[in-house]
Design a binder for this molecule. Structure first.
Ligand SMILES: C[S@@+](CC[C@H](N)C(=O)[O-])C[C@H]1O[C@@H](n2cnc3c(N)ncnc32)[C@H](O)[C@@H]1O
Length: 208
């Protein structure tokens, strides 16, 4: 984390996600982290380290290429066996859309922290980018299973085709979360004239 530039939105995302995971670990609650868009696996690796031995990570991507990259990253980091897709005790890589999240959760299972880095696989096809429809289905589902004290991080990009529409859909979703249960932070670069990025951090309140 210390190598990241200080103005990177990822810093804010990671701090809040790590805080939620550390609190759950300290309280000996079950820890499940979700990477909604595995891509190159940077977030999956971060989550796999954050949840420690006790926690679990579920990482989705619709592209074999992305899961292959993620798997190789995890293997290089000693967090998964190369070629052992889904077999690592800590991380499960899922080749499916995040909109089908509910099929991968056990009854009553809650999510401690989730990261969505929207858009397309760097170096990959823009046709396989996230979509507002699937992203919304997934985020709505996720909000219903986020643990008290849990967090959903969504990084939106507006520079690619479809990006502004998706960012707008995420904004509406974020604003719809009830104040009684959620606090949603929004970060952006107020001096970035083109290709604006927006980070939403939806934090579920913890009554305990
Ligand atoms: C910007 S990349 C993610 C970057 C990644 N978080 C990282 O650390 O490298 C977006 C990824 O979302 C994936 N994607 C697109 N639609 C998806 C869906 N419905 N469910 C899951 N992943 C999806 C793309 O295949 C792409 O790999």
């Amino acid at each position: 984390m210390s190598k990241l530039p200080l103005d990177d939105l990822l810093v804010f995302s990671r701090k809040v996600v790590l805080t939620a995971i550390n609190r759950a670990l300290a309280a000996k609650r079950p820890v499940l982290a979700l990477d909604g868009t595995a891509g190159n696996g940077l977030d999956t690796e971060f989550l796999a380290r954050a949840v420690e031995e006790e926690g679990r990570v579920l990482a989705f991507d619709i592209q074999e290429e992305a899961l292959g990259r993620t798997e190789r990253r995890l293997a290089a980091a000693g967090l998964a066996e190369a070629g052992g897709r889904g077999l690592s005790a800590r991380v499960r890589l899922v080749r499916d859309g995040h909109e089908r999240l509910k099929y991968y959760l056990e009854a009553g299972q809650e999510v401690t922290a989730a990261m969505y880095n929207l858009g397309f696989l760097p170096g990959g096809s823009a046709d396989l980018a996230t979509t507002p429809e699937n992203t919304l289905v997934s985020l709505r589902e996720l909000a219903g299973v986020t643990a008290p004290g849990g967090v959903i991080s969504v990084h939106c990009y507006t520079g690619q085709a479809g990006g502004p529409v998706e960012a707008e859909a995420v904004r509406a979703w974020a604003e719809s979360l009830p104040w009684s249960d959620w606090r949603v932070l929004r970060y952006d670069f107020c001096n970035k004239a083109v290709n604006q990025e927006i980070l939403y951090l939806a934090c579920r309140l913890d009554a305990s």
